[in-house]
Design a protein around this ligand. Structure first.
Ligand code: AMP
Length: 229
């Protein structure tokens, strides 16, 4: 099953994708994470992408499309994946559709995380991430047990450079002008589902689980249970 998560930055796409990956075995393909990894490792893609990311602008389509289509082609055929943060323009969506049709892996569902500006600004300004495993925290709503330290792996937490108030505003502008139109793009394909990204993570997860349940996730739960013994 191929799922796309769509919505403004800070709507909770990454948090939910991590939860679904943990609990249901989805492969979580986050464009932002892959780009940040490239920046960290000083690759050619990272060098080209860094300035755009720091300013809160979109990395040019040609770079992102090639990077994500290569990533998808490298997944194993039986793997179900969530695309988090891709596509972000209609041009990217057209290219993705074309490639997935060729691979006979068309998108099954697009989940639109609808969230208010107030929610996303509050979430992003107080977001902290683990420098090693990428786990996400919020200093008041979802704090780590020990300040500045990841619950999962004990590594140090950090604040993303583009989570500053000025860059968040730019990212929201970019979302409104270039990404939001994908809601209609996927609505017209009849594959768009909506969840409220304003709720706390566990409630969003319950809503998502319901959307994804019959019959697909029930089967997945059973095989996961078997795997875990
Ligand atoms: P995210 O982690 O999804 O908030 O993405 C962080 C940054 O990575 C964005 O502000 C963009 O600069 C870049 N980025 C992520 N996904 C894309 C995409 N699909 N197209 C272009 N740039 C992207």
């Amino acid at each position: 099953m191929q799922i796309v998560f769509l919505g403004p930055p800070g709507a909770g796409k990454g948090t939910q994708a991590v939860m679904l990956a943990d609990k249901k075995g989805f492969l979580h393909l986050s464009t932002g994470d892959i780009l940040r990894e490239n920046v960290k490792n000083g690759t050619l893609i990272g060098k080209k992408a860094k300035a755009f990311m720091d300013k809160g602008e979109l990395v040019p389509d040609n770079i992102v499309i090639e990077m994500m289509l290569d990533t998808i082609k490298n997944t194993r055929s039986h793997e179900d994946f969530i695309l988090d943060g891709f596509p972000r323009t209609v041009y990217q969506a057209n290219n993705l559709d074309r490639e997935l049709n060729k691979l006979k892996l068309p998108i099954d569902m697009v989940v639109y995380f609808k969230a208010s500006i107030k929610t996303v600004i509050l979430r992003l300004t107080d977001r902290r991430l683990c420098s090693k495993c990428g786990a996400s925290y919020h200093i008041t709503n979802m704090p780590p047990k020990k300040q500045g330290v990841c619950d999962k792996c004990g590594s140090e937490l950090y604040q993303r450079k583009d989570d500053s108030e000025k860059t968040i505003k730019k990212r929201l502008e970019v979302y409104n002008s270039q990404t939001k139109e994908l809601i209609d793009y996927y609505k017209s394909q009849g594959i768009l589902k909506e969840v409220s990204g304003d709720m706390e993570a566990s409630k969003v997860y319950s809503e998502l689980s319901e959307i994804l349940t019959p019959p697909f996730l029930l089967q997945r739960d059973a095989s996961k249970q078997k795997e875990l013994g």
